[in-house]
Write a protein that binds this ligand. Structure first.
Ligand SMILES: Nc1ncnc2c1ncn2[C@@H]1O[C@H](COP(=O)(O)OP(=O)(O)OP(=O)(O)O)[C@@H](O)[C@H]1O
Length: 242
């Protein structure tokens, strides 16, 4: 378990695409050792925040520290973060085994045993081309590639959205187990509030590029409130304030 107190710390974080303001002056402090759910309507800025956290794009203003450093600044920092992007992209013409070999070559901390165990357990055939995998199998492969880096932080952008209920159940169980096994932290964006309620113990609600609420789920969801009611209340409030 790492001793760091924040995995993600944003101060005045702002991202513009041309004239469009995707994130506006966001302050965030995501504690280590949590599974954080990032929720919000379409276009809220969730993918933008996660891409900034992976160093795929740069902020327009403000700062974002990930694991105490600048996202994606060095190969060593990249190795500490595992990212599973929306639609869980893989290389269609490479086989499952070739993906694992590529992962081993690109990542200094690659855990070949862990990767092999996950592939066996998910029933993925080593010789199968990734382009022929089902959505659920592709998500399992993408999760394996992210986890076998043994990152300190796993970032997931709606990874389970296209999965059937059984595949989603297996994927979420796997995700939770992987985070626990690694002693890692995770940030997961999702529209599926039931999934968030099941796996997350910290919550960020984004709407219109602004942080509407952030905190531990236990502290935020009190009394008769459910996580779904809490999120809906904040989203309706944000909508009314537009
Ligand atoms: N590369 C880009 N160029 C221009 N505008 C962009 C770009 N990427 C995102 N946007 C805009 O920024 C805003 C935030 O987009 P983002 O993808 O971060 O939202 P999101 O919360 O992930 O949405 P969804 O739930 O639909 O995936 C949207 O209005 C979107 O149209």
């Amino acid at each position: 378990m790492n001793a760091m107190s924040s995995v993600l710390k944003a101060t005045g974080l702002t991202k513009r695409y041309g004239k469009h303001l995707a994130l506006a002056d966001c302050d965030l402090d995501v504690p280590a050792g949590r599974v954080t759910g990032l929720v919000g309507p379409n276009g809220a800025g969730k993918s933008t925040l996660l891409q900034l956290a992976c160093g795929l794009i740069e902020p327009t203003a403000g700062t974002l520290e990930v694991l105490g450093g600048q996202p994606g600044a060095t190969a060593a920092h990249l190795a500490r973060v595992g990212f599973v992007a929306q639609d869980t992209p893989v290389y269609p013409s490479l086989t499952v085994d070739e993906h694992l070999r590529l992962g081993a070559r690109l990542n200094p901390g690659w855990d070949a045993g862990l990767a092999r165990r996950r592939v066996d357990r998910s029933g993925l055939r080593p010789g199968q081309k990734a382009g022929r995998l089902s959505g659920g199998q592709r998500a399992q492969l993408a999760l394996t590639l992210a986890v076998a880096k043994r990152p300190e932080l796993l970032i997931f952008d709606e990874p389970a959205a296209a999965l059937d209920p059984l595949a989603r159940d297996a994927f979420l169980r796997d995700l939770t187990e992987s985070v626990a096994e690694l002693g890692a932290s995770a940030v997961l964006s999702s529209h599926l509030l039931g999934d968030v309620e099941r796996v997350c113990d910290h919550l960020i609600v984004l709407a219109g590029g602004r942080v509407r609420v952030a905190g531990d789920v236990d502290a935020l969801v009190t009394g008769a409130d459910s996580l779904e009611m809490l999120v809906l209340t904040h989203l309706k409030r944000a909508e009314a304030a537009r």
